[in-house]
Design a protein around this ligand. Structure first.
Ligand code: FMN
Length: 242
C-alpha cells in the first residue's frame, strides 16, 4: 500500500463521532481555521461555493448554540462548534465572481472554451438558481425535463427542493473535508443535525433563505467520548457491481 493510502486509511478508520470532549487537554484552535480552509477545497456544484462556516468560540456563544443543539453532550462539551451553512441565496454574488474568473482563465473571449464557460455562468446558472415565490419556474423546468427526458438522458433536478438538496450536498462534502482534516490535526469531531436550525439561524443573524446544514462539535476526545464500537451494514448489502 502506498504511504498516502496508508495514512488516509488510518484517518478514515480512526475518525469517529465523538460525543464527549476533554476540557483540559491542549487544543490548538488554529487547527479549526486550517481545517475550514481545507474544507472549502471540497468539490462543489458548478464551483458556486454556496456555503459558509461560522466558528462558535466564546463560552457564552457555545453555551447558547449547545442549548440549540438540544444540549447534546457533543455540543455542550465541544471546545469549539462550527456551523456549516448552505447559502443558496448567494448565487448571484457567486455568479458574478465566477464570470470574472472565467474572463481571467480564458482571456481569449472568442475561444470556444471561453464562450462555453461564459454561457454556462451567464445563462445557465441563473436558469438553474433563480426561483419565483411559488416555484412555478421550477415546476415548468421539471415538466420540460420530463418531456426532453423521454427521448434522451436529461438532468432532472430543477425545482427549489432540488436546488436546496444540491447546495446541501456540496456543503456536506465540505463538512466531511473539515472532519477529516480535524482528525489529521489530531482532534475529533461530531456532526449534528439534532438541533434547532431556526434558532441557530437567528442567532447567527442569517437571512431567511440560508439553511443550517449541520453543527460540528470539535476538540480532543475525552475518555469514553466514543459511545460504542463502530457498526456498518455489511459491504455486500450496500456495494454493488453493475
Ligand atoms: C448529517 C448527520 C447528522 C448527525 N447528527 C448527529 C446528532 O445530532 N447527534 C449525534 O450525536 N450524532 C450525529 N451524527 C453522527 C452519527 O450518529 C454517526 O456519524 C454515525 O452513528 C456513525 O458513527 P461514526 O461517525 O462514529 O462512524 C450525525 C451524522 C451525520 C452525518
Amino acid at each position: 500500500m502506498k504511504e498516502a493510502t496508508k495514512i488516509f486509511d488510518r484517518l478514515v478508520q480512526e475518525r469517529r463521532s465523538v460525543r464527549i470532549y476533554d476540557q483540559e487537554a491542549p487544543f490548538d484552535d488554529e487547527a479549526v481555521q486550517r481545517s475550514i480552509e481545507r474544507a472549502v477545497l471540497a468539490p462543489n456544484s458548478s464551483n458556486m461555493q454556496l456555503w459558509e462556516f461560522y466558528r462558535v468560540k466564546s463560552d457564552e456563544a457555545k453555551k447558547q448554540v449547545a442549548w440549540m443543539c438540544m444540549n447534546q453532550k457533543a455540543a455542550k462539551t465541544a471546545r469549539e462548534l462550527v456551523v456549516v451553512v448552505a447559502r443558496r441565496d448567494l448565487w448571484r454574488k457567486r455568479q458574478k465572481v465566477l464570470v470574472q474568473e472565467m474572463k481571467r482563465v480564458y482571456p481569449d473571449a472568442k475561444s470556444k472554451q471561453a464562450q462555453r464557460a461564459m454561457n454556462y455562468y451567464r445563462n445557465l446558472i441563473p436558469k438553474y438558481y433563480w426561483s419565483d415565490w411559488f416555484d412555478l419556474w421550477g415546476f415548468l423546468k421539471k415538466c420540460i425535463y420530463f418531456f426532453v427526458g423521454l427521448k434522451r438522458p436529461m438532468v432532472r433536478h430543477g425545482n427549489r427542493t432540488d436546488i436546496r438538496i444540491s447546495v446541501h450536498k456540496s456543503a456536506a462534502l465540505a463538512a466531511q473535508n473539515f472532519m477529516m482534516s480535524m482528525k489529521a490535526e489530531g482532534y475529533d469531531t461530531c456532526p449534528m443535525e439534532g438541533m434547532d436550525s431556526l434558532r441557530i439561524k437567528r442567532f447567527l443573524r442569517l437571512p431567511r433563505k440560508a439553511e443550517i446544514v449541520m453543527v460540528i462539535g470539535c476538540g480532543p476526545s475525552a475518555e469514553g467520548g466514543i459511545y460504542s464500537e463502530r457498526f456498518r451494514i455489511p459491504n455486500e448489502e450496500v456495494i454493488f457491481r453493475v
